[in-house]
Design a protein around this ligand. Structure first.
Ligand code: AMP
Ligand code: GLY
Length: 451
């Protein structure tokens, strides 16, 4: 009879079904990189919620993101099935090297990242070096050793400076750039004889020291097609002017002016394309982010220092701050093997990120310091969290790299001033940060202006 007797109609579920909006996504990881990836994905009008597993204090605070306290890959797969998550994006190398992509694919779940086999480009330095040699990809001369005496003899024959690298994943502690033969011998003893890095150091790669300027060259790969992201540059040393110990990265900016259009084309031709094709020819299709750490010599010639099979941290933070458009669509196209039909649109401004690290980072960072003063996001500044925890409404430090403050401006100097204005509002006991992030780009600009 009359429509008034019917239950009220709700159009929303119908609309959702028809237009395919309101997706749930999952980002795996807990650092600043994962906060930035989730923040960008959540901007899409198609996305209802981005789960972050396990996430941090910053992802806990954002109402479009939700932390999930799961790290075991099989449990994550079960969660994804239960929640009907549309796709998963993996941040760190650990789960990739452990085969999270193999597991998800075997259960028919969409995920973007390399398989365990493809992740060997990062998880074994010996695999990566032998692969580059086979495919004529420019890199430092090297040899691999598991015998201590043979390694010492090689160092004596080559002399210093020389670089000693643990074969396996060592959370940033596996590379010793030895300026003297003594340091190189000590590194070999620590890794091979004393087994200080466990299995990761059971084999070492010893390679030629390369001089020059570093840049991070990161692309997305769908097995066949390659889509380059904006260039960036990281600052690995703890202290200003690139002094002090190596860290996971104290700051980064994008674009990196050293990566000129000519150099970009050359890196694609000599490094990236041969890598993707070479992997395919060896029966290992590479999918995921591929990050070539480059050393560019004084004549502008690039060599590959290392491959990572994930995005960089902190490079992701300024890169995501510059990316325009719907990143969820880009990742979906990558999973579907259609990267050839994607074009990325970048904010023309420079984005610059400064890492605020905890007391005693990188050795044994102190936890539990109260963090205050983080300002709300604006059109030209955003603060991504890494080692933070939110409990009872209070933010405290819980890791080495605590926050990454990103600023955007028309010049590198302008971006520096936006960032450091924000940094000055934030405080926690023992906070350490570099005051010179982006200095190479500023100097480059100046020397270019003079010519
Ligand atoms: P990796 O994890 O291989 O990128 O090494 C960490 C850092 O050590 C790099 O970012 C460089 O600063 C430095 N490094 C690695 N390999 C070399 C090399 N062959 N020559 C000079 N520096 C290197
Ligand atoms: N920022 C260097 C890395 O992610 O490996």
């Amino acid at each position: 009879m009359s429509g008034a007797m019917q239950p009220p109609l709700s159009f929303k579920p119908l609309l959702v079904r028809i237009s395919g909006i309101q997706m749930k996504l999952l980002v795996v990881g807990s650092g600043g990189r994962e906060h930035a990836l989730a923040w960008k994905l959540a901007q899409s009008p198609r996305v209802q919620i981005v789960y972050v597993a396990p996430g941090n204090g910053g992802t806990a605070q954002d109402e479009r993101l939700r932390n999930v306290d799961i790290t075991d890959p099989a449990e994550l797969a079960a969660f994804v099935e239960k929640e009907h998550v549309a796709f998963t994006l993996v941040g760190p190398e650990g789960p990739l090297a452990a085969g999270i992509v193999n597991l998800f694919r075997s259960r028919g779940l969409k995920i973007f990242g390399p398989s365990r086999e493809a992740a060997q480009l990062e998880s074994s330095k010996d695999f990566a070096k032998a692969f580059m040699k086979r495919h004529n990809i420019p890199t430092a001369e090297y040899e691999t050793f598991s015998d201590t005496a043979a390694a010492h003899a090689y160092i004596d024959a080559k002399g210093a400076p020389i670089v000693v690298k643990a074969d396996g994943l060592a959370a940033g502690k596996g590379v010793v750039v030895a300026m003297t033969a003594e340091e190189a011998h000590a590194a070999v003893d620590s890794m091979l004889a004393d087994n200080k890095l466990g299995d990761a150091g059971a084999r070492v790669v010893i390679e030629e020291f390369l001089a020059g300027e570093e840049a991070s060259f990161i692309v997305m790969v769908d097995g066949k097609h390659v889509l380059a992201l904006a260039s960036s540059q990281d600052h690995k040393r703890l202290l200003d002017a690139d002094r002090g110990p190596n860290t996971g990265g104290m700051g980064a900016y994008s674009p990196a002016p050293i990566v000129t259009p000519q150099l970009h084309a050359r890196v694609m031709r000599e490094i990236i394309q041969p890598t993707v094709r070479g992997m395919e020819s060896e029966g290992i299709r590479f999918t995921g982010f591929l990050y070539a750490g480059l050393m560019i010599d004084a004549n502008g010639n690039p060599k590959t220092l290392e491959f990572n099979c994930r995005m960089g941290d902190p490079e992701t933070q300024p890169i995501m701050a510059r990316l325009k458009g719907d990143f969820s669509k880009v990742v979906e196209m990558a999973i579907d093997g259609k990267l050839d039909s994607v074009e990325l649109d970048w904010d023309r401004r420079t984005a610059l990120g400064v890492v605020l690290a905890a007391h005693n980072y990188p050795d044994t960072p102190r936890r539990g310091d109260r963090i205050t003063g983080i300002p709300a996001e604006t059109e030209n500044s955003v603060t991504f969290h890494a080692g933070t925890t939110l409990a009872d409404g209070k933010l405290t430090t819980s890791g080495g790299r605590v926050l990454c403050v990103v600023g955007l401006a028309d010049s590198v100097r302008g971006a520096q001033s936006v960032v450091y204005d924000t940094v000055n509002q934030i405080s926690f006991d023992g906070m350490q940060y570099r005051r010179d992030i982006g200095y190479r780009a500023v100097n480059r600009k100046h020397s270019a202006d003079k010519h």
